[in-house]
Design a protein. Sequence first.
Length: 215
Amino acid sequence: MRLLLVLIFIISAKSLAQVGIGTTQPETDLHVAGSTLVQEEFETTQLGSTDNNDVDFKLITRLTNSNPVGEINRLNVDNLTVAPINVIKYYFDDVDGDNLEDIDLSYEADRYLIAISNFRYIGAPIEKQAVDNHNRPTMGNFITRVFTAPSLNDSEVETWHLQIQNTFLDPESDEEIEYEITLIVYDRSYYRELTPIETNLAGSNTGSVAAPDIK
């Protein structure tokens, strides 16, 4: 009789440890059949450790752009071409002069966000020159930026483009110049694009801006 009670207790404890949502037969500690919505807070305890032999991980995220807000979604890494955040280093050499006016990076603008993290000019020193009839010599002014424009391969698709250019000076075309630049590529589906903030400083060099609503 005592053995039977112990077995019943173990089975009951096993059943209580597994919670099913949308199913009466949970197969793990939390088994959700269907969609899940978390509208306030979503907290977990400390995650367990892993090693190189652990495989088949899935990332659970809370969507802020779902209707209603708070839908829980599973990231299937098997269907991704890029990770949520990607750091990519580009090298450009054998450049004509110093101007990269328009390099199509081929990242679709509606799927990705691009940011510049680092830039390095490699090559002969730029000699100061007087520009536009001014007596004061200058080394010019480098522009490094990314922007969206129609794809050079398909004008109906907006892609991210890169510009690296000295707007005042051009070294001799036979000078050997290299560029090294690091780009951070974000998958838009995991980030919320905030409303632009415009501030009129009324001709001043100092001021303050309103903090964005990021709740």
